[in-house]
Design a protein around this ligand. Sequence first.
Ligand code: NIG
Ligand code: FE
Length: 397
Amino acid sequence: MQDAGVVTGVAVAVEGDRIIAVGPQPTLEREHPDSTRVDCHNRVLTPGLVDSHTHAIFGKARFEEQELRASGLDYMEIARRGGGIHSSVRDLRGRGEDELLDLAAPRLARLAASGVTTVEVKSGYGLTPEDELKSLRVIRRLGERLPMRLVPTWLGAHEIPMEFRELPDGRSEYVRLLVSTMLPGVASGMLARFADVFCEPGVFTIEEARTILTAAQSAGLGLKLHADELRPSGGAELAAELGATSADHLAAISESGIRVLAASNTVATLLPGTMLFLGKEKQAPARALIDAGAAVALATDFNPGTSPTTNFPLVMTLGVSQLRMSVAEAVVASTVNGAAALSLADRVGQIAPGYSADLALFDASDVRELPYWYGDRRCIATWARGRACHNSNGETL
Ligand code: NIG
Ligand code: FE
């Protein structure tokens, strides 16, 4: 992660959806005389950024909760009172597939306009078999419609729905519903690449998460885990034990969690925008994780409750200024390691021959400007699989 592999004075040759060469411009021009040229004017060209953690399928915004938190009400307390995730669940259940698609498409376009070309999108605001499948079908249709690459994740275990919380055996009944009804529907429709669980005291326990994820693994899904976000509960350890592709959040990870993750192949995905927006002082121990040898990725956690941002470079700013990462580490975390957090590192996240032609061009002359102009939107253009996603006229395609 110390070396982002920055080179200067080079051109990139693309054929179809692949990068075929990176090298001095005169050489590439000689080798490909008939190709269409895009002049990048000596600006910064990065691999398309990889946002490996979003909850982009939701209905209404939840701006009323921001003031409640500011006045002292905790995130988990808002959820206990039926707000938070429950409020998005009530809202999503009342909306149709087309409507959800129309709401999500411009949000994803805004992510693309910030430099993102690959985005993981979770379900998790449905929490019934029907509403979770509806959300996953929306993700599939968006993936067919948009040039960016979408990776669908089933997060039926985002919360215990209110109607189950009110029953005496509601928790175990909901876990049974997840494993016996929802998961087979997701797997048979091939609607998700990953399964995820919000493992946190007050939401799903370690044992419940283990049951759900083990079943998902047997059904052929890769694993992700919302782990140790607010309080340490052994989530990182569970992710490593199950061979999860990523463990996400980790602001409250324990010392042993850091050691175990560092020794595993599980990517530690950090979401500093969430802690910033929730007004928490604590951030994930990125330095300790990196120094121990963990692969760290950065992502937006784009969602209506805890991280309503579609500005990926802002997350890189937080990586450097709050998590104390170097610029090289933040760039690697947003590209190569983001791809690894989606099991795509052999195809995505690098400007190298054979890799997907996913590129982002920034109005900057030095890569250190990406996290520097914080909150700014300096992405001029993005291409995903060789196709334009967003261009300098401010159009998103
Ligand atoms: O990643 N932590 C759980 N899920 C989301 C928040 C979802 C919500 O509040 O709507 C997160 O922060
Ligand atoms: Fe999340």
